[in-house]
Design a protein around this ligand. Structure first.
Ligand code: SAM
Ligand code: SF4
Length: 345
């Protein structure tokens, strides 16, 4: 048994880390099938009645607020395909307890939704952009129609959903020839382009292994990537410098800037550098399980308690007590890692 902290206490886990950030997966479904994330055939989708309702998501955030929760990110799956997303944003904002309410999206619905999301109180967006070429986006997302991610970035910026972060999963041999072009976006535009080391899981990893290749060879380590960006900076007369990240929502990325550029470039390094020691986040899955580490198995189900009207607080404390000190991915034990679309990556 853990002693319940005073109502105004900060939310801390058993290793003293302050937990102020919740990522909420609002749907397990997606209109993309990114090669590194979701099987082409999709997943056994949750029955709709298993997905948390708006009332239930709002209740979890409300309950966590007095314990120190200040930041919420809506993710998925693809959050913009959840019906009523704009209303959910408005309700979370109306709680008045969040400093930062953000959204991770593949961008496909941003042109349509960005103004309404901003008006409802969304602060900012992260847009996943693995390529600037519409045909390659479609190929990596295994989607028939080409999709122009720049239109999504423009829509986000125009609507005032900044600082706009751009997430790029780099796959050696598939899109790493575009890292310089993607980084160069930041010279003129106030974007924060973050290169994420591929976590080789799922169908992509299985296909490599089946072909007799090491899936880890698909990972472009961040040190190699930064060396390439530094060379690019020298080539364009804008040396790459260490930089502060965007003012809001700094997570595990380390930031750099081409000299005098409008935006920054960053790296997120799940494969080569652990950042577990400063991990300040927990995740709520679409079916209401509080997951304390992206890569572990530790989850505490909240949905039944929510539906029975039982108090959540003991469950929240139980979840935090079990948050692991660090994850097992670096030890190449990927047990428990499910597709990120399922757990709100
Ligand atoms: N659909 C939204 C999107 O794509 O931004 C939100 C959910 S997606 C699961 C969240 C993030 O996880 C995206 O930036 C995606 O690129 C990243 N991601 C998914 N699978 C990954 C993997 N195997 N390795 C690295 N990043 C991954
Ligand atoms: Fe969908 Fe995002 Fe996963 Fe791509 S990364 S399949 S867009 S959830």
């Amino acid at each position: 048994m853990i002693d319940a902290p005073a109502a105004e206490a900060e939310l801390r886990d058993a290793h003293g880390r302050r937990i102020e950030y919740l990522r909420v997966s609002v749907t397990d479904r997606c209109n993309f099938r990114c090669v590194y994330c979701m099987p082409l055939a999709g997943l056994p989708w949750l029955p709709r009645e298993h997905t948390l309702t708006d009332d239930e998501i709002v209740a979890v955030v409300r309950e966590l607020a007095p314990l120190g929760l200040r930041r919420v990110r809506l993710t998925g799956g693809e959050p913009t395909i959840r019906p009523g997303l704009v209303e959910l944003v408005a309700r979370l904002k109306a709680l008045g307890t969040l400093d930062d309410l953000s959204l991770s999206t593949n961008g496909t619905r941003l042109v349509a939704l960005a103004p309404a999301l901003r008006a409802a109180g969304l602060d900012r967006v992260n847009v996943s952009v693995d390529s600037l070429r519409p045909e390659r986006v479609a190929e990596l997302a295994r989607r028939r129609e080409p999709f122009d991610p720049l239109a999504a970035l423009d829509a986000a910026e125009r609507a005032g959903l900044g600082p706009v972060k751009v997430n790029v999963v780099v796959i050696r041999g598939r899109n790493d020839d575009e890292v310089e072009a993607l980084a160069a976006l930041t010279v003129e535009r106030p974007f924060h382009v973050r290169f994420i080391e591929l976590m080789p899981v799922g169908e992509l990893a299985d296909a490599e292994a089946a072909a007799g290749r090491d899936p880890l060879a698909l990972v472009l380590p961040s040190d190699e990537l930064l060396a390439r960006l530094a060379a690019h900076g020298r080539a364009i007369g804008r040396p790459l410098e260490r930089a502060e990240g965007p003012a809001r929502g700094n997570g595990p990325a380390a930031y750099h800037r081409f000299s005098n550029a409008a935006g920054t470039v960053g790296v997120i390094t799940p494969m080569t550098h652990t950042y577990c020691g400063s991990c300040n986040r927990v995740r709520l899955t679409a079916d209401g399980r509080l997951r304390t580490c992206l890569y572990g198995d530790h989850e505490v189900p909240l949905r039944d308690a929510l539906r029975a009207g039982a108090p959540l607080r003991p469950l929240l404390l139980e979840a935090l007590a079990g948050k692991p000190r660090e994850h097992a991915l670096l030890a190449r034990r990927t047990g428990g890692l499910r597709a990120l679309s399922e757990v709100g990556g």
